[in-house]
Write a protein of this length. Structure first.
Ligand SMILES: NC(=O)c1ccc[n+]([C@@H]2O[C@H](COP(=O)([O-])OP(=O)(O)OC[C@H]3O[C@@H](n4cnc5c(N)ncnc54)[C@H](OP(=O)(O)O)[C@@H]3O)[C@@H](O)[C@H]2O)c1
Length: 295
């Protein structure tokens, strides 16, 4: 979609790079970041909470040790979820906080953790039942005017929640779960709204969080993988690349946020952009997912 974001066509998601997954050390982070950049994935997705509030700082150490990296990458992070964690002793229960004070404090902390002067994109991680769009707009405008955050968006927002915030400021991204296993945004208006309002849709768990990796033993996943493998032979591609090509064919311009800890999978995802499935092939995959033809 035409908007002013200059992000790579595949975004590298860091959620499983640290304590919530691979337990990368600083060298691992540096190698992964460099390999992603080399593959063409220059945009990295974070959230304050990843690794129980530790992954941003671990990634930031890699930037601190090689500051030249910063000019080659774009950094996304999120705020608004308050988890119960040892390093957040003030949190008694998991809750959301989209107050002006919390947004600004969280962004300041992310800047420090990531060893950067600016964040390319800040997202409200989840819709907060108590959110006041005017309050969020004030926080965003303060962060923008100080040059600390360049762009703003939301994550996991439905159409009316996005429209509510759009009435106060420009929502540039909605990061939601979209995959062949989770097609709701195609039908619930979220992608329609993205096209209409020029909001970039980013898909988290674009490969179903890895459950399509041959591990899943359910009928539906088997059907999807079988069709994707047949198409993979035609396009000389892996079934994972076919499933990403399926996502990227949507006219809303979905940018996958890939959660892999392996740079070669990022490279394969970038190459999947060149696979142009026919409409019939796209619908064959949809049929495999739903179990029936369209009406
Ligand atoms: N906004 C939100 O609320 C939200 C929620 C969840 C996630 N996210 C973001 O989205 C990113 C992706 O989420 P996810 O990890 O659930 O998504 P995913 O990319 O669908 O799944 C990644 C998992 O699948 C495995 N996998 C197996 N085959 C793969 C292949 N060919 N290519 C890529 N991965 C493969 C990976 O293992 P290997 O490491 O072994 O490759 C990894 O465990 C996260 O890192 C985070 O940045 C955002």
């Amino acid at each position: 979609m035409a908007n002013s974001l200059n992000f790579s066509p595949v975004i590298a998601g860091s959620m499983k790079w640290g304590k919530w997954g691979a337990h990368f050390n600083t060298t691992d982070y540096q190698r992964m970041i460099e390999n992603c950049i080399e593959a063409g994935a220059t945009t990295f997705d974070h959230a304050d909470i990843y690794g129980n509030y530790s992954t941003e700082a671990e990634f930031g150490l890699a930037i601190k040790e090689n500051p030249a990296i910063r000019n080659q990458v774009q950094l996304i992070t999120k705020c608004g979820i308050c988890m119960v964690a040892p390093n957040r002793p003030g949190h008694q229960i998991k809750h959301y906080n989209t107050s002006k004070e919390h947004i600004i404090e969280s962004a300041e902390r992310s800047l420090k953790n990531l060893h950067t002067d600016f964040i390319d994109l800040l997202l409200i991680h989840r819709p907060d039942a108590l959110m006041d769009p005017g309050d969020i707009a004030e926080a965003f405008s303060q962060l923008k005017n100080s040059g600390k955050v360049l762009h703003f968006g939301v994550s996991n927002f439905n159409t009316s929640q996005t429209a509510l915030l759009q009435s106060c400021f420009a929502v540039e991204v909605n990061q939601v779960e979209i995959s062949i296993l989770h097609t709701d945004p195609i039908y619930n208006g979220v992608l329609d709204q993205c096209i209409k309002e020029k909001i970039q849709p980013q898909s988290w768990s674009p490969l179903g969080g890895g459950i399509l990796n041959g591990i899943a033993d359910d009928e539906r996943s088997r059907r999807i993988i079988a069709v994707a493998e047949i198409l993979g032979e035609k396009y000389a591609a892996g079934f994972d690349q076919i499933l990403l090509a399926w996502l990227m064919k949507h006219p809303a311009g979905i940018t996958p946020v890939l959660g892999t800890t392996k740079a070669e999978r990022i490279k394969a995802a970038i190459l999947a952009r060149s696979i142009d499935l026919s409409r019939e092939e796209w619908y064959m995959l949809l049929r495999a997912a739903t179990g029936h033809e369209v009406p």
